[in-house]
Design a protein around this ligand. Structure first.
Ligand code: FAD
Length: 447
């Protein structure tokens, strides 16, 4: 039998149950990645660059036998199956609203020609939907989900990497010109990310718990893009970690799973409040100067501006600073979280619908977990606590490089502030904090 492995967010050969199943059931197996114009349109330049880097690595590992095509996946897959007489297409499952809709279309199109669509692997540590309460319902809050998740760790099964002989098809891909202008990220792909994982586990993970919240330190794994594209499976990462010594790191991987599960159950949660009570909340338009200043990193709050400038220049932002910048948009500028999530999603190399939208809902207080709306980040206090010497700020806000430590978090108090070319704070945080709470209370009172 002839089979096709349709790679999507599983751009790896190691720890891949989909590939194993295809080779176990078929004599000859073709591998394809389809550049879907709908997905490409939503991916910013950083994510495209990572994708191309990861594909180039995969292609090399498959001795140039990966077919990379462009177009509507249903049509591309039907054409491929026709030309090689394939009877089954194997995939790893995905959780986003679009991917589910797309897979349903492809499944129906293939079934119309008696070709099976077989979903094998999944993007979470354990199969989607497998972690449930005793009564069969899903966990709604993180802590008990994490407990159940941790209890399963001793049974974690990782798929060994086996060498397979992929079938070859010469294929002339026609791509839109803008794609040929994207430079593949040289640090992307399975080979490099395995090295990054090894390095993290040998030299950084012991400092993770104490330093993970300090954005000036390079103490986190930086594996988020690899996990998003399935260049590494979370199983592989978890299997590298000692659960007794590095629980904090594991709990972050579990947050990723929890958000993927949430999206799997509530597909609309990527753009709608999970907590419907917040639908009545009054918000400001994102079509505004305030929003533009936030995007450009010109708010006058050094830690917020450093984060937004890190995002614009690197396509990445430290987690603590993601929380601070998101809180500033929602609670100081009163702009709906979806506007911020849209911008983050387009700019982040690790932009992931589940982690991004639910990260924003966590900050906004509109999600399922116990993050009350009245938790409002004070950008100055956060800055003093997590970037005490201002090293992170100085790295991205060049106007503040020469400002003495004692003024770095509140440069407007510095007597030479007017010479720096840096803006005054665009809002009074205490006033906006009160305004955010007022709006929240008003929402609660609405029938
Ligand atoms: P590490 O600290 O090394 O963590 C290891 C892995 O655990 C990460 O790679 C990631 O896969 C996962 N993880 C860590 N923290 C979280 C978290 N809070 N929620 C979910 N998963 C987590 N993460 C994304 O991967 N894509 C996004 O689009 C995204 N958007 C976010 C938006 C907001 C507003 C917030 C507050 C967080 C967002 N996160 C997102 C989560 C987190 O900020 C990043 O995963 C993390 O900063 C990536 O850096 P790292 O790989 O060094 O993380």
């Amino acid at each position: 039998m002839v089979g096709v492995v349709w790679f999507r967010r599983d751009l790896r050969l190691a720890d891949n149950f989909t590939i194993q199943r295809a080779f176990a059931e078929c004599k000859s197996v073709y591998g394809i990645f389809v550049m879907d114009p709908v997905v490409l349109r939503r991916a910013g330049s950083r994510r495209l660059s990572y994708l191309l880097g990861a594909l180039s690595d995969l292609k090399e590992q498959m001795q140039d036998r990966l077919i990379v095509a462009y177009g509507d996946p249903a049509k591309v897959l039907l054409d491929l199956c026709d030309s090689v007489e394939a009877k089954s297409v194997y995939v790893s499952g995905d959780v986003s609203h679009y991917s589910k809709w797309r897979d349903q279309r492809v499944r129906e199109a293939l079934l119309g020609r008696s070709i099976a669509f077989i979903e094998v692997d999944y993007p979470t540590t354990f199969p989607l939907g497998s972690i449930k309460k005793g009564d069969g319902s899903y966990y709604q809050v993180f802590t008990p989900y994490y407990r159940a998740w941790s209890n399963l760790l001793p049974n974690l099964a990782v798929a060994k990497r086996l060498e397979f002989r992929w079938s070859h098809l010469s294929h002339q891909g026609g791509y839109p010109t803008y794609l040929s202008e994207v430079v593949p990220d040289p640090l992307a792909g399975e080979t490099k990310e395995h090295r990054r994982l090894e390095e993290f586990c040998t030299s950084k993970i012991d400092r993770y718990e104490s330093e993970r919240d300090l954005p000036a330190k390079d103490s986190t794994s930086r594996l988020s893009a690899a996990l998003h594209f399935g260049v590494l499976h979370p199983r592989t990462v978890v299997a590298h970690v000692d659960p007794f010594r590095h629980e904090r790191f594991l709990s972050e991987i579990c947050w990723r799973d929890f958000y993927a599960e949430t999206l799997n159950q509530f597909p609309q949660s990527s753009w709608m409040n999970l907590n419907k009570a917040f639908d009545a909340m009054e918000t400001e338009s994102s079509d505004s100067d305030a929003y533009e200043r936030w995007v450009k990193g010109e708010t006058g709050f050094p830690i917020v501006d450093a984060g937004m400038r890190q995002l614009a220049s690197e396509g990445y932002m430290h987690n603590r600073v993601r929380m601070i910048t998101a809180s500033f948009l929602v609670k100081d500028l009163h702009i709906h979280w979806t506007a911020g999530a849209r911008y983050f999603f387009s700019a982040l190399v690790d932009g992931d619908v589940a982690s991004n939208s639910h990260g924003w809902q966590w900050v906004a207080g509109t999600g399922r977990d116990a993050a009350p709306y009245y938790r409002i980040f004070n950008p100055v206090a956060q800055s003093k606590k997590f970037d005490p010497n201002g090293d992170y700020i100085r790295r991205y806000v060049l106007e503040l490089r020469e400002v003495p430590d004692s003024y770095i978090h509140e440069p407007w108090l510095y007597d030479r502030f007017d010479t720096l070319g840096y803006p005054y704070p665009m809002v009074d945080h205490q006033k906006e904090r009160a305004e955010a709470l007022f709006r929240f209370e008003a929402t609660k009172r609405r029938p």
